[in-house]
Design a protein. Structure first.
Length: 333
């Protein structure tokens, strides 16, 4: 795959970077592409995964573990800055008094049931200022969840990647959608900043729309704090770049699950080992793991990612602090 052009949203500001950046790469077919590891999944790769033996099959079949859950809605009304994990990649963040929701998925999704219940009544998620959607996959961009949020939050502004506006306007009926290329800053209220950054992933929602819409990660800044949300991503040098751009990352929210088998999953999800490597690359003060324990998407048992991550912590592999959140727990920041 060759880069044919570089694109961005001319209505948004480009970030000042310590390296050359031409824009988000697009290939000869008009598709977005990963600039460091260009790759497109093939049906033969998928078939190889589904037909090969899973060495953890027996362990997986008997594993009934799910994350601990806190059923408490106090954070909704406290007004205090916090990070709340809702399971998988769904987070509520209040930073500088601004209410943000990331990748909201409240229910089962096609072919996959929630193994971990949603910790609050989602109808109570009101007063949201921004709703961030990292990419179009069904476990990050859920129609039913977004429609409920749109009904209860008509004032919310949606922040996402290039060419996602049609989908989000259709799902929400809201015209307040901003789409960014990599390394662009959204228009937000003055005391908070939100940036869209690269992730090593892909996009697909239908049969013929592979990489038509852009995927990415977010950085949120307010009140002297910086939060990085890695979204779905394989490992790459973009993590080191984050550390160069933002010299003090207070919280790094990074996936650890859906990583086996490595030959298939490593193009789009990082393992616990590489998640630690990523957090260390960006010199994050606190690492918060996500993307495990909610949906059974891959070959490893649900408990495997966190068990592996805690083993790495015991070995001293994590340079910052590991903060494992319970589902529904409000971490004060």
């Amino acid at each position: 795959m060759a880069v044919m052009e570089y694109v961005s949203n001319p209505d948004l500001s480009d970030m000042q970077l310590p390296f050359d950046w031409k824009g988000t790469p697009v290939d000869e077919n008009g598709k977005f592409m990963n600039y460091e590891f260009p790759h497109k999944y093939s049906f033969s790769e998928f078939l190889k995964w589904r037909l090969q033996r899973n060495p953890q099959k027996a362990e997986k079949e008997t594993d009934r573990w799910i994350p601990d859950i806190v059923y408490n809605e106090d954070f909704l009304h406290s007004g205090k800055d916090c990070i709340v994990w809702f399971g998988h990649a769904s987070f509520f963040i209040r930073l500088g008094g601004v209410n943000i929701l990331i990748d909201p998925v409240f229910y089962n999704i096609p072919l996959f049931k929630r193994r971990t219940p949603f910790p609050i009544d989602p109808a109570k998620l009101k007063g949201l200022d921004y709703i961030l959607i990292s990419h179009n996959h069904l476990d990050h961009c859920d129609k039913r969840s977004l429609r409920l949020l749109a009904q209860n939050n008509p004032q919310a502004i949606y922040l996402t990647g290039l060419k996602m506006e049609g989908l989000l306007k259709k799902l929400t009926g809201n015209e307040q959608v901003q789409t960014a290329g990599w390394y662009q800053q959204y228009h937000t209220e003055a005391h908070i900043k939100v940036f869209f950054l690269p992730a090593r992933h892909w996009a697909k929602r239908g049969f013929r729309d592979l990489n038509n819409q852009l995927w990415g990660a977010f950085v949120i800044q307010a009140g002297g704090k910086t939060i990085y949300f890695a979204a779905d991503s394989g490992y790459g040098s973009h993590f080191t770049d984050v550390g160069r751009i933002f010299p003090h990352i207070d919280y790094c929210i990074v996936g650890i699950g859906a990583y086996k088998p490595a030959f298939f999953m490593s193009q789009s999800h990082i393992s616990p080992q590489d998640a630690v490597r990523a957090a260390n690359d960006m010199h994050a003060s606190v690492m918060i793991p996500m993307h495990y324990g909610t949906f059974d998407l891959s070959d490893e048992p649900l408990s495997d990612p966190l068990t592996t991550l805690k083993g790495l912590e015991k070995q001293g592999a994590i340079q910052g602090k590991l903060e494992v959140l319970k589902v529904g727990e409000a971490l004060g920041i």
